[in-house]
Design a protein around this ligand. Structure first.
Ligand SMILES: [Zn+2]
Ligand SMILES: [Zn+2]
Length: 238
C-alpha cells in the first residue's frame, strides 16, 4: 500500500475526527469533536503543534478528555507537552485522562508532572483508570472501552509480552467511531468495528506474510474495516 496521506478526516454533522498522524514507532495524534466538545486520543509526539495549528489556543484550552490506548511512546509521547502547555496558558476547566489499568507510562508521566507543577497548576487533572469494558459518558458522548491484544518485544528480541491495551468506541447522536489502537486481530475489535460509521484499524504489520501476532496485516485490517460503513487503515509502516 502506498504511504498514508495525513491528516485523515471524517465528519458527519457536528461529529468529526482528525487523525494528524499515525506512524508506528514515531507518533500518533487524534482529535475528536462532538459539537463543542474536544477530545484527544493517543497524543504522541507533535500533538501540541498539530492541535495548535488546527484549533488555536482558546479551543485547545477547552479539551476535556484525553484517551490513551496504551503506553507505547508513539501514543503518549506528547502528553507532557500538552499538560504543560495547558498550564502555561492557564487552562481553568478540568481534564480527564483515561488509560488502561497497568499502563505505568501514564501514571509515571502524571506523577512526575504533579511533582514539578502541582503548586502552580490552574486546572484539575483526573486520571481515570479503565479496568473493564463498562461504558463511560462525557459531554454527551458515550465511550465504550474494549480490550485488544497488543504485544511488545522484550530486550532479547524474541520473547513478547502483552501490554495493557484497549480500543475505544465513541458514540454521539447515534453515530459511531471505533478506534482499535494497536492490536493484533481480535474478536472485540471485530465486534466493535462492525456497523460503525467509521472504523480506524491499524495495519502495523504492513505485508501479509507474517507469523507474529503483534500487529495486523493489511488483509486482516481490511476485512475488519469492510464491516464498518467507512474505514481508515492506519499505523502502516513508512
Ligand atoms: Zn503504535
Ligand atoms: Zn504499540
Amino acid at each position: 500500500m502506498s504511504k498514508q496521506k495525513y491528516p485523515l478526516t471524517w465528519k458527519k454533522k457536528d461529529f468529526s475526527i482528525k487523525i494528524f498522524c499515525s506512524i508506528p514507532n514515531i507518533a500518533t495524534g487524534i482529535l475528536i469533536r462532538a459539537n463543542k466538545a474536544h477530545f484527544v486520543v493517543d497524543p504522541g509526539d507533535g500533538i501540541l503543534r498539530d492541535l495548535n495549528k488546527e484549533m488555536g489556543t482558546k479551543k485547545l484550552l477547552s479539551i476535556s478528555d484525553v484517551f490513551i490506548t496504551h503506553g507505547h511512546h508513539d501514543h503518549v509521547g506528547g502528553v507532557w507537552a500538552l499538560l504543560t502547555y495547558l498550564r502555561v496558558m492557564h487552562k481553568k476547566t478540568p481534564l480527564s485522562i483515561y488509560y488502561p489499568e497497568g499502563c505505568v507510562e501514564i501514571e509515571s508521566i502524571y506523577n512526575a508532572f504533579m511533582k514539578v507543577y502541582s503548586n502552580s497548576l490552574t486546572y484539575k487533572i483526573t486520571l481515570k483508570k479503565i479496568k473493564n469494558d463498562k461504558s463511560l459518558r462525557s459531554k454527551n458522548v458515550t465511550i465504550k472501552p474494549f480490550p485488544v491484544i497488543h504485544k511488545e518485544l522484550l530486550s532479547d528480541g524474541i520473547t513478547t509480552r502483552q501490554v495493557p491495551a484497549i480500543g475505544y468506541k465513541f458514540t454521539y447522536n447515534k453515530m459511531k467511531i471505533c478506534y482499535g489502537g494497536d492490536t493484533a486481530y481480535c474478536k472485540d475489535l471485530v465486534k466493535n468495528a462492525k456497523k460503525s460509521d467509521l472504523a480506524i484499524i491499524e495495519a502495523g504489520h504492513g505485508d501479509d506474510d507474517h507469523e507474529d501476532d503483534m500487529h495486523m496485516s493489511m488483509s486482516e485490517a481490511k476485512a475488519i474495516g469492510e464491516t464498518a460503513k467507512q474505514y481508515f487503515m492506519v499505523h502502516v509502516p513508512e
